[in-house]
Design a protein around this ligand. Sequence first.
Ligand SMILES: O=C(O)C(=O)C[C@]1(C(=O)O)C=C[C@@H](O)C=C1
Length: 490
Amino acid sequence: MEEEKKKGRRSREEEGKTETGRREEGEGKKIAHLSVVSAIPSKAHQSKEQNEKGKRRKRRRGEGEGKKEMGRRWEGDRKETGGRRREEGDGKETGRRREEGGGKKENGRTGEEGEGKKEKGRRGLPGLPLQLRSSKYLPLCNRVLSGKEQPLLIKSLVWCFFVFVTAPYMATTGASSDESARFTKNETLVETSDESARFTKNETLVETSDESARFTKNGTFIENSDDYPRFMKNETLDSSTNKLTLESIRQYLIELEDTIIFNLIERAKFPLNSPTYDESSLKIPGFSGSLVQYIVKETEVLQAKVGRYESPEEQPFFPDDLPEPVVIPYNNPQELHPVGATININETIWKMYFGQLLPLFVAEGDDGNYGSTAVCDLNCLQALSRRIHYGKYVAEVKYRDARQDYVPLIHAQDRDALMKLLTFESVEEMVKRRVEKKAMVFGQDVSLDDKGNNWKYKIDPSILPRLYGEWVMPLTKDVEVEYLLWCLEK
Ligand SMILES: O=C(O)C(=O)C[C@]1(C(=O)O)C=C[C@@H](O)C=C1
């Protein structure tokens, strides 16, 4: 009871709105029981394949063999990261420095020292340049060779040699003390860029966090990193503080409602077009599956290359064999526990979309626009998936705001209690009402005369509260619970 009160207080503070009621325990259980849970790659449920994928993605993110690192929170984690990075960085940079420096020294020796030795052999006049050896200068040479002016001359020659030969050479090859300054600067940048991060940064970010870094992790050369697109800036950070807050995340979820509704409206322009989903009607050599599967899969391959799946809220529907990014990802602070990157419930979202949602809002029929239909499906799926996987961020901020309430439930691995704690029924009601209203507004026919038919909508608005109430919000909460269950993992 006391906990309920506390939670009520918190929710009012967080939302600045009156929390009308709390979810009954039975309801929490119902949601936790959704079949989706089995699709979540938790320890208990991860298939071997998913496990492998998780490991691969973790490795790609540099979270390493790192259960230890994964679990380390806050400052401890940062120190560890800094240390590891410094070691790695040093290793690489020293290697590079050694190579470059070595190469230059080698050059110097074969060029300058080598020639000196040859001349010495040729004329027997140590340290004297060729032009000084003409007969005109011989008396002077003799004086120098035999006497007191020798040290002064040698000093002058060394100075001249440095000014006219060594310095220009160093300037053209870049082999100067500047070299070491550049390495030092890299390290500093890496360290500072880490400041706002909560968890271990991934290797790719470490390697590319410096603007001057020009290689992605897989070795692709990038001429000027600024010219390349950067998937995906975390748009939920509060614009004034650049921090993650429940308010800023909720604001972003509201914006995503627009994206979802517009995409549904676009899809509703086409009838069902069932051949789009027929695995036997597509004859693409080397691929077995439907047109929609093909388009989603190939789009994901392309988007993986430009770094879409480097963001934990972006999850692929076909995660196997995705290529590494070839561009520098946006250097977002890593706000989530690394387990966030492994939670992917797209299998459930796919089934929900094609099995339950689609038949609700598209007309029967076939107009032959299968490619366009599949692209619309792709857009709907990606928008829904992004929205639902944002639950990771929601869970993270809720945890940060009320650790004292969450930690015991996480230790007890109590799904139902976690579900109850993170549920705000009044917020859910508001969401449902808002999406219905948006569908009415966005789905109206707009005309300049009064003949417009304002009550004929492009998509039935009543589908929206259903979509959110039955699937989107419950699935978001499943993601939240899953994240919380593992977010203390060491
Ligand atoms: O806003 C929150 O607190 C959320 O957790 C998000 C969300 C949602 O999916 O919209 C989910 C659960 C809450 O009951 C309310 C809303």
